[in-house]
Design a protein around this ligand. Structure first.
Ligand SMILES: Nc1ncnc2c1ncn2[C@@H]1O[C@H](COP(=O)(O)OP(=O)(O)OP(=O)(O)O)[C@@H](O)[C@H]1O
Length: 277
């Protein structure tokens, strides 16, 4: 990847070596990277490859053994964790939101209420603010966690496997809300094991034993750089690509050259229709 003119987050040769950790190697090993403002980056890798440690480092929640983290001035980094329950303390939506809101002394009650409703609307959580948290689905709790990040002033949000405990509809709602936040200028880091979620992001970082083993676009990850039959990075590292990509690769091997490298079912169907014309 080329240097980014104004990175929001920069890691310079960051190593994290947990004291007393079971592994002989550091959790992160000399990682250098830059995140552009308004970008959406996925972080993937096998269990124990360092994904959670990397997101905690970026959020300033993990000590660094060597190297340094630079967060550009005026930017605020927050996290949405895997288990929707983990970071909720309030008993109702509004109680949870008020716990997260910053600068509350400066606002009148009416301003705070309207700000809260605006943020809930921004993530697509349309429930009465006095709804008890325990009545919310897992997906609604993640949307609430996202709204709380916004309430706390986050412009960089790190999702650490935030959809892994959700059903397909809830996953879609969280992905849609995240895409909307990115369109409005937020910087997103998305740790995941789900290959199909990479289709939404601009940049894929693959961690392997604490090091960056791949850094490129989703298309490059699933299809490789050219049209050759060589295994793609996704295949080389032993991940199963989404079904759409598998079909497109199979068609290519059978000699049917698609005009695009599809990521979504609609793109695949359009490409197949164009082949039949
Ligand atoms: N608090 C800790 N103390 C000691 N070792 C740790 C700690 N947290 C993580 N590790 C070790 O650091 C390495 C990277 O762990 P990390 O949780 O960052 O990986 P991961 O890619 O997020 O894994 P997973 O996909 O299972 O969540 C692993 O070897 C893990 O055992």
């Amino acid at each position: 990847m080329t240097a980014i003119s104004q990175p929001v987050i920069q890691l310079e040769r960051v190593t994290v070596d947990y004291l007393g950790g079971a592994s002989e190697r550091p959790a992160l090993d000399q990682i250098s990277l830059e995140l552009a403002k308004g970008s959406w980056t996925a972080v993937i890798g096998n269990n124990g490859s360092g994904k959670s440690t990397l997101s905690k480092v970026m959020a300033g929640l993990s000590p660094i053994s060597e190297g340094r983290l630079i967060v550009a001035q005026g930017h605020s980094v927050h996290m949405v964790l895997q288990n929707p329950e983990t970071q909720i303390l309030g008993e109702t939506i509004d109680e949870e939101m008020h716990l997260s809101m910053r600068d509350t002394q400066d606002r009148t009650l009416a301003e705070r209420e309207s700000n809260m409703l605006r943020l809930l609307n921004e993530v697509g959580l349309s429930l009465p603010p006095d709804a008890p948290v325990k009545s919310l689905s897992g997906g609604q709790k993640q949307l609430l966690n996202m709204a709380c990040c916004l309430a706390a002033g986050a412009d960089v949000i790190l999702f650490d496997e935030a959809t892994s405990m959700l059903d397909p509809n809830s996953r879609e709602a969280v992905l849609e809300a995240t895409a909307k936040l990115q369109r409005s200028g937020h910087t997103i880091v998305w740790v995941t094991h789900r290959m199909e979620e990479l289709c939404f992001v601009q940049r894929v970082l693959l961690l392997d034993q604490g090091r960056i083993a791949f850094d490129g676009t989703c298309e490059q990850f699933f299809y490789g750089k050219g049209l050759s039959d060589e295994p793609s990075p996704c295949e080389r590292f032993g991940f199963e690509p989404p079904y759409v990509v598998q079909v497109a690769r199979a068609l290519h091997r059978l000699g049917h050259e698609l005009p695009v490298r599809p990521l979504f079912p609609q793109q695949l169907s359009q490409a197949v229709v164009s082949l039949c014309r």
